[in-house]
Ligand binder design. Sequence first.
Ligand code: 13P
Ligand code: SF4
Length: 299
Amino acid sequence: MELKKEIEKLKRERNAVVLAHNYQIQEVQEVADFVGDSLELARLSQKVNAKVIVFAGVYFMAETAKILNPEKTVLIPEKDARCPMADMVTAEEVRKLRKRYPDAAFVAYVNTNADVKAEVDIICTSANAVKVVESLPQKRIVFLPDKNLAHWVSLNTDKEIIPFYGYCYVHQDFDPEKIKQLKKEHPQALVLVHPEADPEVVALADQVLSTSGMLRYVEKSSAEEFIVVTEEGLLEMLRRKHPEKKILSPGMKGICRDMKKISLNSVYTSLKEMRYPVEVPEEVARRARKSIKRMLEIS
Ligand code: 13P
Ligand code: SF4
């Protein structure tokens, strides 16, 4: 309780806001001014009237907020909170692929580093990937780094999707057989799946949604049971918001170790000591900003 009060005080003193991703632990979400998915948080970062943004999420999210707000100080409470998938593709690899597919448009998932965003035509998130791809004039699309999101997009467009081989270890591990078994035990349950999951798991879904898409869907649905295939933090959030509904884990708990590195204590220290500031070299930021803004304009 004391720590929460101190955080609120520091927020006022520093003219700071805390943005938190849906996978953050409950007590971090409780001190956040906004909680959302990658797309909502990128958008919100541009709307908040504050000098300092403390980003409780993984590095690429804080970096995206910094690129969109070069005049603001953006802090990440744990500098090692990174998304392993974002590190699976490099800018050099994108440049090589450009030579191999000169007629293709290049789309990067937001889960990439700034120098990769700087090399592509546009970025997307799990909430708008199909829309982004459909907005492009090219018929061939190189989609990176997530092979599973690329596959989901390919099912929803006539364009040729050339996938990269990245993946999220948290979502890759869900077992389709366990989900089938759970569905047998709970035939009324709707299966909600994040598009980072394996195609075999996605094939079992009633709905394929971003994290905030799942929150909205459960809120509006009259169904009472859901098998929710994504990181555990989202399931915990759903259980808090809807104690009247049954939220079932898909055979195992998916935990994103990097999202969980951030604690109430590290948010407090971040505000107190103004650490860790996110910096992006201006030349990279300028080109990455183009890809991010192009996405924000169409979605
Ligand atoms: P959302 O944009 O759907 O919140 O997903 C971010 C993410 O990293 C999922 O693993
Ligand atoms: Fe990256 Fe997967 Fe963690 Fe999302 S859940 S931040 S994709 S490692």
